[in-house]
Design a protein around this ligand. Sequence first.
Ligand code: PLP
Length: 387
Amino acid sequence: MKFSPFMSVPPSATMRMNTLAQEKRARGERVFNLSAGEPMLPTPEPVAAAARQAIAEHKTLYPPAAGIPELRQAASDWMNRAFGCGFSTAETLITCGGKFGVFAALQALLAPGDEVLIPAPYWVSYPAMVHLFGGVPSVVPAAESAGWKITGTDLEKKYSPKSRALILNNGTNPTGVVYRRDELKNILQFAADRDLTVLSDEVYCGLTYEGECVSAASFPEYRDRVVIIQSCSKHFAMTGWRVGVVFGPAGIIKILTMLQSQSTTGTASISQWAAVTAFQLASQITPTIRAAMRQRRDTLIGELNRVFQTNLTAPAAGLYCFVPIKILGRKFSGLTSEEFCERALTDGNVAIVPGSAFGAEGFARLSFAAEEKELIGAVGALGRWAL
Ligand code: PLP
């Protein structure tokens, strides 16, 4: 069988570690799993009740390709209220998770050979998706010493006339970076001066513990080039429901709707009805999830600092600590992050994800989305194995 030349993309490293951990567990071994990026909490009861009601009322036929009108309305109301934007329902598309939103937007934007600026450390799927559409990831390294933030000056070094888009992940996976309003404006102005589309992935904005997560769509002067990726997954502990949202100019939303109508036909109608309730109750639900995740973040950082006798600072947002391997495994210097993480799982029974998967060698990503006893157990097991 002959395949498209763009299919040579490895499967996601986070998924791989998660699968390996689950396989080990299935063999009866005790594995501490800090690889998954999902708030380990039950979906809030009113959201689950809305889904049950949708089933009872037989709201189970194909939804419109762009999403049910009630959800487009609830999602845009939420975005406008929470982040000071001005999206209409025609500028709002419901997708199968934020992930399909990124996927479809890149498919809509890229022609083979187009370059996409991607700050690193990056979410593992960005370069992979760019490859899938024949695009070329143009990785812009951020330095740990600069707080893992990039500026227009960093972007300029990787910009070329083939650059077509910039993927900005505000509330960054894996570093937890949150850009200030002035920093964001500087980046958006860079994009405007070079006619780049900005794909702003803001799925972690609700899980901001320090400072404020500013949406790239809250600057009216840049709205025509900004596409926002949002999701119910992290804001409402709804990862398995698969509801994401794309906000952007009506022109791109129309194209993405066409793509969706020719591919997924949109996400499940029952999930969409549940999501209506989630967006309507967001001001009650998200703070509860944020408080739980903040506590888990503090537990993980506290345990790491105690066991490894170090002084890591807590990330401002998200679900992850991005930790230098030299702190975790002094006796493993010389290993790549992938080798280190494979051994941490095989010999130490702790699943964590290598920094190389995020474009930053020498680090590992530890998720604090798991329950506290899992976090404490994981750091203890890492310490027993590594120290
Ligand atoms: N963007 C980032 C940075 C993520 O880390 C994730 C998931 O982990 C997503 C988007 C997609 O999330 P979902 O498809 O569950 O909405």
